[in-house]
Design a protein around this ligand. Sequence first.
Ligand SMILES: [Fe+2]
Length: 206
Amino acid sequence: MATPDVLTTATAPATATGAEGEPPLRPLPPGVAELLDRLAAPLRLVAHLRLVHDVAAQLVAWVERHCPALVLDREAVLFGVATHDIGKTLHPEELTGPGSCHEERGRELLRAHGVPDALARFAGTHAVWGSVPVGVEDLLVSLADKVWKGKRVPDLEDCVVAELRAASGRAAWEEFLLLDAFLAQVADGAEARLAYRAAYSPHAAR
Ligand SMILES: [Fe+2]
């Protein structure tokens, strides 16, 4: 899926695009960094989005390699994960505390900036699975948003296993073991990622 023009042109801030730092992180998709800059997104939020985006890129690459039969919109996942918490620019209290106001507000915010709902939806779906039907792209955004910090969520992982199993024809237990091994490997990097985010105070000004 193409990234909308409104998010592809302007210069992006270094915090959101650079590969510097430890761990080295993939740059956000074109246009997303510029939008975060325009919204004066807190640096802690930008750091979180970069970390989860980086994990999602690893996750998508693993799925493509492990289960090529699974039809997957890679660019949608990466855009979705890079913007999933953008509503926290409007609800900064949810950067450090509980709350779901940022979800629908984030979706609306993206729509207001010209992002089609097919891409904006992830801001609204990244915390729901199982109770409402969502696509595999939405599940991967949700999964990356958990495992980046080493959190494992069995019912979410079961949803992903079901998608893998349906595409590959392998047994659920086999898909579970393969996914589990990969997620355990990703979770091993959680400490370094949490340390990276900790460098950005929740109240850091831009
Ligand atoms: Fe998140």
